[in-house]
Design a protein around this ligand. Structure first.
Ligand code: CP
Length: 302
């Protein structure tokens, strides 16, 4: 596998995704603290986050450190020379001379691709605006493989399909695996037309009402309404709270159905669901560690 950067899930072929998921399985006991490995000793990772993050930033740090590597963080723009007007290109040129790999989250779609063009070291896209979040997609696929099944998967993508980069990433991978996809969203949060057309050419996909498919799907993938991406607050308020997964809705679900969410959650999954066997979202967040170990190992082992 010749991976220089990981910017979009389109950078990976299906067999490369499968390979990374298998590698993640090998790293699982290390992520759980049951086994010690030092494969990345002597390597240094820079976390450059221009947007908030809990899971992605911390799980990259944990993955790197549990494999013997080290991490430097730049989380607050105010504390860096970006505040003095330094460009992203210059920041990347400098940081890529300090470290062996850069993890970048940025509010602008395309920022990670742009950063890769200016970097001496691998760049990993940790989310670029409403664009892509490929490492989230890999951990989502790993969760589906572990907790459900990837073959002939029937999955409902629920919520903000317009702005959710986790959906825009995941749906491309689901098309590779020929999943049957149902889109459940308020009209104004529909999946962008160009993504829908691309996926329609590759697999079965249709818009649906949750009540009509809840007893059919294997996975409910729920997303938060991405308030920060709305052009104005009024538009957000029109759809805020317009869908919620609760125990009542789940009465019709198959017992094998799982609920996933990239997190953070606001109010789209009632907390009473957390204690049910359907809820896999906290386990999903943990799987970010072995999956990110696999990605770092693959990018750094040269
Ligand atoms: N899922 C995800 O990207 O979470 P964070 O925003 O906390 O990194």
């Amino acid at each position: 596998m010749k991976l220089k950067h990981l910017i979009s899930i389109d950078d990976l072929k299906k067999d490369e995704i499968i390979y990374l998921l298998e590698l993640a399985e090998e790293f699982l006991p290390v992520a759980e603290g049951k086994k010690i490995r030092k494969d990345l000793e002597g390597n240094l990772l820079a976390n450059l986050f221009f947007e908030p993050s809990t899971r992605t930033r911390m799980s990259f740090e944990v993955a790197m450190k549990r494999l013997g590597g080290n991490v430097v963080n730049m989380t607050a723009q105010e504390a860096s020379s970006i505040a003095k007007g330094e460009t992203l290109a210059d920041t990347i040129k400098v940081v890529s001379k300090y470290v062996d790999v850069i993890v970048l989250r940025h509010p602008l779609e395309g920022a990670a691709r742009f950063a890769a063009e200016h970097s001496d070291v691998p760049v990993i896209n940790a989310g670029d605006g409403a664009g892509q979040h490929p490492t989230q997609t890999l951990l989502d696929l790993y969760t589906i493989k572990k907790e459900s099944k990837l073959d002939r998967l029937k999955i409902a993508l629920v919520g903000d399909l317009k702005y959710s980069r986790t959906v825009h990433s995941l749906i491309k991978a689901l098309a590779l695996f020929k999943s049957e996809i149902f889109l459940v969203s308020p009209q104004s949060l529909n999946l962008p037309e160009e993504i829908l057309e691309e996926i329609e050419r590759k697999t079965k996909i249709e818009k649906a009402e949750l009540e009509d498919i809840i007893d059919y799907v294997d996975v409910l993938y729920v997303t938060r309404i991405q308030k920060e991406r709305f052009p104005d607050e009024e538009e957000y308020l029109k759809v805020a709270g317009s869908y919620k997964i609760d125990l009542n809705i789940l009465k019709k679900a198959k017992s094998s159905t799982i609920i996933m969410h990239p997190l953070p959650r606001v109010d789209e999954i009632d907390i009473s669901v957390d204690k049910t066997h359907y809820a896999k979202y906290f386990q999903q967040a943990f799987y970010g560690v072995p999956v990110r170990m696999a990605i770092l190992y693959e990018l750094l082992r040269r």
